[in-house]
Design a binder for this molecule. Sequence first.
Ligand code: ADP
Ligand code: MG
Length: 332
Amino acid sequence: MAETPFLQANSVSRTYGGDQPSGVKQISLDITPGKITAIIGESGSGKSTLLRLLYGLLSPDTGTVSFKGERIWGPEEKLIPGHDAMKMVTQHTDDLNLFARVWDNVAAQLPSTNVKLKEEKTEQVLTQLNMMQLAYKRVADLSGGEKQRVAIARAIITRPEVLLLDEPFNQVDTSFREGLQHDIRQIVKETGLTVVMVSHDPAEVLSMADELIVLKQGEIVETGHPKTLYQNPLNLYTAELLTNCNVLTVDEAKVCGIEAGKETVVIYPEWIRLNNILKTSKWAVKQVLFKGFYEDLILEHNGAILRVVNDESGKYTEGDMVGLKIKKWLEY
Ligand code: ADP
Ligand code: MG
């Protein structure tokens, strides 16, 4: 007998009225339990719609969403919309009690029948999310990013089986974001929590997700492990979502010494190696963009422009001539 699927969508469509076709179409997917699945796609591609369908905040027009073999009830069928075994955190943190302390906001999610257990669990979750130092602050006095941490703590303290995250790290500073991402990964590892997250930040999905689902205009265009999708995306769309890559026409590719068989050539900046061999130094350094521990060089030759990663900061200046070798490219 086949195992009962965990969280599954079966040919799900949900469209909105209006002149432009919008929403999601014919979505079939299987969420792997105990893993982090990230849904990526450009703005308006249907990511939030899909997440709301999985949670039961929206009903599909056609198709079904099921959790452990049972159809998920839509908002018309349930007093409190949203599946009981799931929690969702979005960019909006309006349901927090601004005038209560962080501790009370989180603890209030648990029943008061066992006060000792309630205290223990609150402390545990606040520790897991590195928030004990905030415990006695009023939520009103927190930064946007700290409020989002509180929202996540409130969601996970009830031990949902699935945590749905709709771009919840947007307000979090880059430096804190990595910490929070790490903490969530750790919780997934320790507790077997299943996470489905929506994001448009390539660095975030590549470092956090075990599986990726790529949405374009409401449809899934490809799925796979982050490394596979990054190295060999089936679609130009996916490559552009995951990297800041060079996209060249056939003629521009020719300038780079590539005879392409298809219309478009994609070269990631890290696939280009720089060298100083004089006779091949045909590329002019147009710009040097400081990126911290590395630089982006913008190079030009016969009308073709390439962005290249240079990890030897300070080696080149504008106007220099350099040579390059392209190790890999993709064609679409
Ligand atoms: P994403 O989260 O990827 O930005 P959404 O799922 O929010 O995309 O939206 C997908 C498309 O559906 C967009 O074109 C959006 O304008 C449209 N849409 C979303 N919600 C509604 C709604 N309640 N009514 C009408 N159109 C909507
Ligand atoms: Mg959205």
